[in-house]
Design a protein around this ligand. Sequence first.
Ligand code: GLU
Length: 520
Amino acid sequence: MTEQQVQIRVRFAPSPTGHLHVGGARTALYNWLYARKTGGVFVLRIEDTDAQRSTAESYEGIVRGMRWLGLDWDEGPDCGGEYGPYVQSARGVLYHSDAGRLVDEGKAYYCFCTAHRLEALKFEQRESRDQIRYDGHCRDLDTDEVARRLAAGEPHVIRFRMPEGGEVRFDDVVRGEFTIANEELDDFVLIKSDGLPTYNFAVVVDDARMRISHVIRGDDHLSNTPRQVHLYAALGYPLPKFAHLPMILGGDRTRLSKRHGAVSVDFYRENHYLPDAMVNYLALLGWSFDDRQELFSRPALIEKFSLKRVSKNPAMFDNDKMEYINAEHFKRLDLLRKTQLVHELLREQGYLPGDFEVDFTRPVDLKLVPGTQPVAAGESQEGGTPSKQFHRLAMIVQIMGNRLKLLRDAPSQIGYFFKDEFPVDRDAFERHVRGAGGARRLARLADALEGLRYFERGAVEETVRAFADELGIEAGELIHPCRVALTGGTVSPDIFWVIVLLGKAKTVERLRGASARAGG
Ligand code: GLU
């Protein structure tokens, strides 16, 4: 195989020690985009060698976050694959076999230094302002002594034998070329005294054995890379390409963390952000297409993403921009999708009756939606078959138009269509309903509407306007109290549509109720 033919295989390798945060999600996304763009393979590997801090809840949370974001993997703990297992705690034999090979070849050695000795060494080095590093005490123990101490069960670690002198070089797709003198790097540990591999060792064994072609990860791992490059060479594994992603900063220009507010993907999921919007925003944290375009659909990101346009400079997490992108994505959803999402949310929050069942697999007949054709004359919009209920919801979403800017606002903005208890703006009630004779007018309007045979928009508007004429007032003087009575506030979509979509019975009941409360 020539270099071009090597299959692209990338991975996201979270440690299950917390939730999926924005930085981790961005790393997962860039790997996913790169795989999907190139027809490569995206691997999920769980790095749980820190037995104390790794938890099943964290693993589940990470997986939930990735699924919500739509970042599907081709190989991983749940679905397997050719190079499994995909959880480090199940790969112990592989680490031991590779470490054993390095020891046999003289590229690694057993070290029996006690924690006490290492502490004292550190203390001394600190005192004399030397670099803190292992001093090679066990580097040249003779083979018989090592065998004897191992046989006696003496606690030990395995250390890498860092070449003396020389330097290590590697190229980073984002950051360019690095050269580090070997004397900067000490004989680091590969296998700890509890038998578990260190991160630097396990990551190389796994990336190599899983045939990872590109290691795309946060630049907090840049300083680990020289050690890893040494390990690839020592183990005779081909070096992958490295791409270190820029740091993400909070508003105060320090590394994004909990202090900056919502940094967990769970927060965005729980608050009903759109996954496509979050993916769009995360993509911009370190990558740009042409320095101008900000809104991208998922397919557009896959098409346009490239590692070449990942920036070296830190990215700034900007909440306002996230909000803006979320709102823009919501605005661009087609009516059916928007209605489905609103439906899910209203249902989750208990706004919909138990029998509100919608079969989304059935095509929705958009002929019934406002703007394309009037509502079927003579039919109540309430109740009815599932598809009628869904049509009613679709119509509500349609008449809301861009007033409904965010999915999470749906319950507060259209809840009055579904529940009789809704917040009423007290001032507006006093001004428009109680004051200016609104109460009596509402009762009479209720009578007029009740008499309508066909409860459709044209007839409703005509009735309201004719009644205003009869009273010798502007239609607005009738519409304002009507809006407060029906919706609780002074802002709503076209009031005639509101009336039709509330249905005759509810409209009449609310108009009479408001009139009675105002003493009309
Ligand atoms: N488990 C490491 C982390 O969560 C992954 C490092 C890597 O991608 O090499 O930071």
